[in-house]
Design a protein around this ligand. Sequence first.
Ligand code: ADP
Length: 311
Amino acid sequence: MDGKLIHCKGKRMLFVGLVCVDLLNYIEKFPQEDLGHRCFDLCWNRGGNASNSATVFSLLGGDVEFFGTLAKDRELSFIEEDFKKFGIKYDNSLVIPEKTCPFSVVILSQESHSRTVLHTNKNLPELTLDNFSNNINLRSSDYGWIHFEGRDNAYEITRMMTYVKNFNEENSAHIIISLEAEKIRLASYLDKFNMWTLPDVLFVSKDFAQNQGYTSMGEAATGYFEKVKEGAVVICAWGDSGAAAMSRQSGLVSSQAFPPDVIIDTCGAGDTFNAATLYAFCSNADLSKAIEFGCKVAGSKCGIQGFEELK
Ligand code: ADP
């Protein structure tokens, strides 16, 4: 993997996954059931893990594209304008008529710093391999790295990663594949479809690892390293403890977190960490420096609302 990095420098990063609308409600204290409450701030953001990571990657100065499904709904123009505002290419994405835009209502408690997400996706279909192979031209040689957000279309994601892997083998190409395992329910799919051995870089979240019995980031990075293919890298972010990673070349490495003076908004910290770590990789940083950069940018993000001021 480390030897392959040179091939992604200056090329486009493709984030494959969800875009939705996030309605962020900032409140002093987490609300009590069946009572009315006042929030002190509210904002609409373009959200979704892949979409957030694309934003951060672009703000850091990278060439970036988002690929996913978009509902032809009243929120479409908001999402499209926002992609344009952040210089994110999205025109290979599918706009699907008569579907409802996925929506997340996020409650951010100032007291506990908790982020409670209520997500609704009524009927927007997830991506399939057919969508990917018909819309993304790997031969264009634009793409250096493709990052997949692990979602419930795990079977189709497995097929998409396999498609990229086969393309690499048949064309002596070097498109790097990464996968994010953030949602707890993805664990069963990773086993079922043997997804462990497909990515060059596997990002595992704290929630995911804890749910599988890991109690520290180092233990998680080492444990998952046993499951991935030879030469692959495992990266595990662990909230305010920072992050750990493991590769054959570097062994186990870790970074502290870099907390801001005041925590304002941790929503999207993981997406920021992923994007900044990928950006550092694409700038030829080694694993230790890459996760340190990821933690620094994610820490800064926790001190601001949204992403825009990361500039
Ligand atoms: P997610 O947002 O997916 O739950 P994490 O909470 O693990 O992800 O955070 C990802 C990264 O963001 C961490 O590795 C860390 O660098 C940074 N981070 C998260 N919370 C804090 C915090 N309270 N202070 C400083 N950095 C943080």
